[in-house]
Design a protein around this ligand. Structure first.
Ligand code: NAP
Length: 311
């Protein structure tokens, strides 16, 4: 009998507990799903999120996998007690939600919706016809599970798409770039830039004064990735100078975004409170069960995190 410790948000326990049991049954796993581990050395798998409060993995000497319920893994990768394999969450509901967010906000910038929303009543603005999607390039920094999924949805809609990742990808519909030169090419050709990179030392402030200077005049930026990807002062300067036409920001260096932060009142910034997407319990439980089934069958785990790279 496997012992599986649920160490994610206790408020979600009822929902996860019920759905995990169904998923484990369907995967043929005979297990004991627990919320407290009286004997940590008996725990085989840990289902984890930072909101669960577990921060010392040392006693779980026999745990074969720590399965994160979150896609972003900057908290566990910084935890020196975590020596067990860590898997990040990749699941269809999370991807679909992110694609909805990205598509919605890319379209807002594409159509100039905010301009009309802010227009004075009675003022008839003629001639502001947006270009066709096929004549607009959307660049995506980060072509991982979420970035590539969103890129394909944008391409399906008709946008031109390009993207940047650490390792070079090949794709029929998305122009793929890597390295410093590749980043410069994505920045130079994107009308709308979407940030879907993880928060690592290498991605810190990838949007800064230098990179903004390389972007197209009037570029719009959508950031559902992580706050530290952006040097906030540089972005505000870019917005104020007109170089950047607008920004939709879902994630911030400090969350909740402090009440006195200039983003809240900036006329070219839309703040959303880290709601771009979230793990969906039903589809995530299937992924958790599949990974545990793999572990028990001696197969490779899915979505293992490279602790050194930080994602
Ligand atoms: P992922 O599959 O790990 O993809 C990350 C992508 O970033 C990969 O393409 C990777 O390149 C690229 N990358 C990493 N470091 C890089 C570097 N130094 N230079 C260039 N490219 C680099 O992650 P994901 O599942 O798509 O998630 C992306 C991020 O979205 C998460 O880390 C999280 O921060 C954020 N997120 C936000 C929300 C929200 O609600 N706002 C929800 C979920 C996730 P390779 O392909 O070469 O490895």
């Amino acid at each position: 009998m496997l012992n599986i410790l649920y160490a994610a948000n206790p408020d979600d326990w009822d929902e996860y507990g019920a759905q995990l049991r169904v998923a484990f049954d369907e995967a043929g796993l005979v297990c004991n799903l627990i919320q407290d581990a009286a004997n940590p050395e008996d725990v085989d798998y840990i289902i984890y999120a930072p909101s669960g409060g577990l921060d010392d993995f040392t006693p779980f000497v026999n745990a074969k996998l720590v399965q994160s319920l979150w896609a972003g893994v900057e908290v566990p990768t910084a935890n020196k007690t975590l020596t067990q394999p860590l898997s990040r969450m990749v699941e269809p509901g999370l991807s679909l939600g992110m694609a909805d967010y990205v598509m919605g906000h890319v379209l807002r910038h594409h159509l100039g919706t905010d301009h009309f929303a802010a227009a004075k009543p009675g003022v008839w603005h003629e001639g502001l016809i947006p270009p066709l999607a096929q004549d607009r390039m959307v660049g995506i920094l980060g072509l991982g599970a979420l970035g590539m999924f969103c890129a394909h949805k944008l391409a399906d809609f008709g946008f031109q798409t390009c993207g940047w990742s650490r390792s070079l990808k090949t794709d029929d519909r998305v122009g793929c770039f890597s390295g410093d030169d590749g980043l410069a090419q994505v920045l130079a050709q994107s009308d709308i830039l979407v940030l879907l990179l993880p928060n690592t030392p290498d991605t810190y402030h990838v949007v800064n004064a230098d990179s903004i200077a390389q972007m197209r005049d009037g570029v719009a930026i959508v950031n559902p990735g992580r706050g530290p990807l952006i040097d906030d002062d540089a972005l505000i300067d870019g917005l104020d100078s007109g170089k950047v036409s607008g920004a939709t920001l879902d994630v911030f260096a400090i969350e909740p975004l402090p009440e006195d932060h200039p983003y809240w009142v900036h006329p070219k910034v839309l703040v959303t409170p880290h709601i771009a997407s979230a793990t969906r319990t039903n589809t995530a439980c299937d992924v958790v069960a599949e990974n545990i089934r793999r572990g028990e069958a001696g197969e490779l785990f899915l979505n293992i995190v490279d602790m050194k790279a930080g994602y």
